[in-house]
Design a protein around this ligand. Structure first.
Ligand SMILES: NC(=O)c1ccc[n+]([C@@H]2O[C@H](COP(=O)([O-])OP(=O)(O)OC[C@H]3O[C@@H](n4cnc5c(N)ncnc54)[C@H](O)[C@@H]3O)[C@@H](O)[C@H]2O)c1
Length: 382
């Protein structure tokens, strides 16, 4: 079988780890493009991947478009690729509403997002291309272990708590609604939300042959670093234009069971990512980051200057829960393996359009709930 030719839209952080994670797979990085000529040229120079001026110019040379651009451009690239008969991989968040929250209410945002999701579902069905949603939580070894437990024991999940937080993104575009489609709830919260939606789907399929979907949400969002009372000691990012830096989303599933998703830019001490499952026959703490596989003691920060022992910690001194091979523990390695195999064997990837759509729609139902100070909002079925 010929290696799958993958082309990257975007030449930044995500494209780089997607490219690296193709090693050992029956796939090649066949092209890269970016709106900034200097970033695509730098990618070509660093990795030897041919740079193209645009996605349209790259499409004839690839089998799969891997969309690793900022969220506001995801849909137009998905459309271009699918219409050209190319398979699609898209980074999180799938999509969103990219307009100012001062000019658009959350009801309008939810309706627009539902319409977009509907049109992409129709497009993927019509064109028959494979669609992979790059939500790495689903491929994290800890989440996959929990899936095995659910399937083997036909367990019922009664409640889950899940979180993705840290001290704030370094991207200058983060914090601007029209670029990101929201704040912490979409930018970070999509990860743990994707994880809990996936596990509940798997439970439903194992027990009754039918996924259990989210039915309703209640949410609160806050801008803690904007409070007049906030005392800035300089350790947290504070520059958010019109997005929240904290969100709490309470999900009620079709069977009445629940999940609570927390997400924020207010957590010191590195990345804090987990899903905890409370079931009728077991309890599992799925650690995503840190995973505590390696505890490294550094007597002096100078020993490890410039080395990333753990993401988002300011000092490399003392005991450090160092990241092992990050792509493995985060799920990013297995995610690419699954997408390549799914496309080559013509099957649906483990993380598919259903998860992408349910996550997106639940988030915007959450934004509407937050606008109504936490009132329950039904999650529309797309
Ligand atoms: N799964 C994860 O853990 C993870 C981690 C980081 C980023 N992401 C996601 O990956 C995507 C990209 O984020 P990033 O951190 O790589 O950003 P980045 O800023 O590092 O890179 C973005 C790249 O896209 C290019 N670009 C911007 N707008 C474009 C457009 N309209 N058309 C073509 N190219 C364009 C930029 O020039 C740059 O090369 C986002 O959706 C982000 O949420 C996911």
């Amino acid at each position: 079988m010929q290696p799958l030719r993958i082309g990257f839209a975007g030449a930044g952080f995500a494209s780089k780890f997607h490219h690296r994670n193709l090693r050992g797979l029956n796939a090649v990085s066949a092209g890269v493009t970016s709106v900034r000529p200097e970033s695509r040229a730098a990618f070509e120079k660093q990795f030897g991947v041919p740079a193209f001026d645009s996605v349209a110019a790259m499409l004839p040379h690839i089998d799969v478009l891997d969309v690793c651009t900022p969220p506001s451009s995801h849909l137009s690239y998905i459309r271009q690729a699918a219409e050209a008969g190319k398979h699609v991989i898209v980074e999180k968040p799938f999509t969103g509403f990219f307009g100012s929250p001062e000019q658009h209410g959350k009801e309008e945002m939810l309706a627009a997002v539902v319409e977009d999701c509907r049109s992409i579902r129709e497009l993927i069905a019509r064109t028959g291309v494979t669609f992979g949603y790059a939500e790495n939580y689903i491929y994290a070894p800890s989440i996959q272990r929990e899936r095995e437990v659910l399937e083997a024991t036909k367990a019922q999940i009664l409640r889950m708590t899940a979180e993705e937080s840290h001290s704030g993104s370094h991207s200058p575009f983060y914090g601007i609604w029209k670029e990101q489609g929201g704040g912490s709830l979409i930018g970070k919260g999509c990860h743990p939300l994707g994880g809990v939606l996936y596990l509940k789907r798997k439970e439903g399929l194992a027990r009754n042959g039918k996924p259990i979907r989210p039915a309703a949400v209640s949410a609160r969002t806050h801008s803690i670093t904007k409070l007049p009372a906030f005392e800035d000691r300089g350790y947290l990012r504070t520059t958010y234009l019109d997005t929240e830096d904290y969100a709490m989303l309470h999900v009620i599933f079709e069977d009445g069971t629940i999940a609570d998703v927390l997400t924020s830019e207010l957590v010191l001490g590195g990345i804090y990512d987990y899903v905890e499952v409370f079931a009728n026959n077991h309890r599992t703490r799925c650690l995503i980051n840190p995973v505590r596989v390696v505890d490294l003691y550094s007597p002096n920060r100078k020993e490890f200057e410039g080395m990333e022992l753990m993401e988002k910690i300011s000092s490399n001194e003392g005991w450090i829960p160092a990241s092992p091979e990050f792509g493995w523990s985060s799920g990013q390695l297995d995610e690419m393996r699954d997408f390549v195999d799914a496309i080559q064997t013509k099957r649906t990837p483990e993380c598919d359009l259903d998860i992408a759509i349910d996550t997106t729609v639940a988030i915007y139902a959450g934004y509407l709930s937050a606008e109504r100070k936490g009132a329950e909002v039904a999650v529309p079925q797309v």
